[in-house]
Ligand binder design. Structure first.
Ligand SMILES: [Ca+2]
Length: 633
């Protein structure tokens, strides 16, 4: 918040956080005589001294324009809709005296009666007379409502559903089936569900699901998710016997019966239908994934009511509402209407989703038809989800932990967590003939090499060659790539089965004097070694997944080969001598300006075979960078 004062010579910035859908009390008191500014935000007071101002600047001038809910860039003008208040003002008071800290705290704690602390010079007490209202809805509210710290919400879905489905839809909206814990809760629930009585009724009674299930074995009525027996029940008449495990509890009311029985419980077969009353115990923000960054639609929504149906209200400009079939669509029993995502200020910018059934809500992943958005597609797969950070949204909208994605266990109802599980998808622009780009022209891409010799199979002095079994491991980074859901264990991140593979170094084995070795391929694998944490979640992707940068996580090519290498044995001193044979590893087709091969400092070469080979003893194995580099061509 910026405080301007004294003809614009004084400005001060105060930082405090504003939580969506939560009331906030702010009070500012300026005492020009003692040069003290007190700012109260939700019961906390900060003080500031106006030191630098002269007497003449600290004077209140008359006139001016009080404007609420808009940012005036100039006197009475310079408005833009992106700088307007989209919210509710419950109370406003301006006094011509300095309020004390105690008075501000009383106000901040909502303890001040509406008419107390008399004589504000400006207030909402006669708002229609004192204010000109443009694009403002005027609503009656009570102090209890605007001061309530409670952030929970009761949401009624207005289609009768069987218990299982009712349970599911409350889960998708980020809540639970409501369950009153006291007579006070019951009364609230009753009041909030009464308006839906006409659509949620069975005969003369209206009927809603509560989060209660009976247990026939223990003869208890339990919370439907935790299985805990309830400490509060409100059955009409005597507590019923649980005869059948498939008995759930409904909630009744009607205007005729005794008010004590409003909100009374009764047993219903779980296969019968009633409207779900969902309890969202905190503000649930639903996210929309899959829109491009520049999209004109909001990315966060609250569940609200619109025309007696659940709707999704965006945090800024757009809303998702339900519509009946269009009159011009030839009357068709399978046309259940559609959901429309639209900009409130630009109604031509919209997206629609045909409903597949009368109870089809747009939770989860769906293909929407898009008009006039800027992402460039006329159809987009969009995910609407109440899942939290670190969770994956199944295609139906239910949530699992992100670690359960691609872990080879089916966790989503339709198994969507195990689809699209490739570690690597190459962009169409990726050319696997080209090595990774250099970070700078004088910095060739490093390919780190490790050689492990399992065995010297033979030393053939007659034919001037030796044969050994070797495992060569090459490791490099390709910043063009992005990997997904990598495991910590490299062997689980194998790319070998993939249809399209990234660039890999073409290794050749040479002997002395660049003679060519015979290579017998035994086994080879290409995998990804995870070094980093996943990148920050990107909601342009329709699905949450752990994405890893190619510049931080390496590719690992492992080749197990049997190599027969020519060697110029010096036979003059045969057989009592020491011989030196070289096996050269070359990356073909690339000059060393682009690629440099580096033997791994610590594990460059290792040997695990027998050193005593009847006639010979292996004295020493060595790997050297210089040798390798010199032969790059
Ligand atoms: Ca899984």
């Amino acid at each position: 918040m910026t405080l301007h004062c004294c003809g614009g010579v004084f400005q001060d910035l105060y930082n405090f956080s504003v939580t969506l859908r939560q009331w906030l009390s702010v009070c500012v008191a300026m005492d020009l005589e003692s040069r003290l500014v007190s700012l109260m935000v939700d019961g906390n007071i900060a003080k500031h001294k106006l030191d630098t101002l002269s007497e003449s600047q600290l004077r209140v001038r008359g006139g001016g324009l009080l404007l609420l809910g808009q940012d005036q860039d100039s006197y009475g003008g310079g408005f833009t809709n992106t700088q307007s208040l989209s919210g509710t003002l419950a109370d406003l008071r301006v006094y011509d005296r300095v309020l004390s800290d105690v008075e501000m705290l009383v106000f901040g704690k909502c303890e001040m009666a509406a008419d107390a602390s008399a004589d504000p010079i400006i207030s909402f007490s006669n708002i229609e007379r004192d204010f000109e209202m443009v694009n403002v809805d005027l609503l009656e509210t009570t102090k209890e409502r605007s001061c309530a710290a409670r952030r929970d919400k009761i949401l009624v879905f207005t289609e009768p559903l069987v218990f299982e489905k009712a349970k599911h839809i409350c889960g998708l909206s980020g809540g639970k089936l409501a369950l009153p814990m006291s007579d006070k809760d019951t009364w609230r629930l009753f009041n909030e569900s009464v308006p839906f009585g006409s659509v949620c009724n069975t005969g003369s009674m209206f009927s809603f699901w509560l989060g209660v299930q009976g247990d026939a074995e223990t003869q208890t009525w339990n919370h439907y998710l935790t299985g805990e027996p309830l400490s509060y029940t409100n059955f009409v008449g005597r507590q019923p016997v649980v005869e059948n495990p498939l008995i759930c509890v409904g909630f009744v009311g009607d205007d005729k019966i005794d008010s004590r029985e409003h909100g009374g419980w009764h047993t219903v077969g779980c296969k019968e239908t009633a409207c779900p009353i969902c309890h969202l115990d905190k503000v649930v923000l639903l996210k929309v994934r899959g829109l491009c960054k520049a999209s004109l639609f909001d990315r966060q929504y609250f569940l609200t009511e619109d025309n007696g149906s659940v709707a999704f209200t965006g945090t800024h400009y757009s809303m998702i509402t339900r519509h009946s079939p269009l009159p011009d669509s030839h009357a068709n029993a399978s046309d259940h209407g559609f959901w429309e995502l639209a900009r409130l200020d630009r109604p031509s910018v919209k997206a629609t989703l045909q409903m597949k059934s009368p109870t089809h809500y747009p939770f989860g992943r769906h293909k929407w038809t898009v008009q006039n958005d800027v992402c460039g597609n006329d159809a987009e797969v969009i995910t609407i989800t109440s899942c939290k950070e670190g969770q994956f949204t199944c295609s139906d909208g239910s949530c699992i932990e992100i670690q359960q994605r691609c872990d080879m266990e089916l966790d989503c109802p339709s198994g969507s967590d195990e689809m699209g599980c490739d570690f690597l998808t190459l962009e169409p622009s990726y050319n696997s003939d080209n090595p990774p780009p250099r970070s700078a022209p004088n910095r060739p891409v490093e390919v780190q090499i490790q050689l492990h010799i399992y065995a010297i199979e033979s030393i053939d002095v007659d034919n001037f060659e030796f044969t050994c079994e070797v495992e060569v491991t090459a490791e490099w980074f390709d910043p063009r790539l992005r990997f997904r859901h990598l495991n910590h264990a490299t062997e689980l991140n194998s790319l070998s089965g993939d249809e399209k593979l990234p660039w890999t170094p073409q290794m050749e084995f040479l002997g002395d004097g660049l003679t060519t070795s015979d290579v017998l391929e035994r086994r080879s694998s290409l995998s990804v070694r995870r070094y980093s944490d996943p990148l920050a979640d990107d909601d342009e992707e329709e699905q949450a997944s752990e994405v890893f940068a190619g510049k931080e996580n390496s590719l690992l090519l492992m080749r197990k080969v049997t190599v027969t290498t020519p060697c110029q044995f010096d036979l003059e001193k045969f057989p009592f001598d020491e011989q030196e044979c070289s096996m050269r590893l070359v990356i073909a087709g690339i000059t060393r300006d682009y690629i440099t091969v580096i033997p791994d400092e610590k594990y460059g070469i290792s040997f695990s075979g027998r050193r005593n080979l009847l006639e010979y003893v292996l004295v020493k194995e060595e790997i050297s960078k210089q040798d390798v580099v010199r032969y790059l061509s």
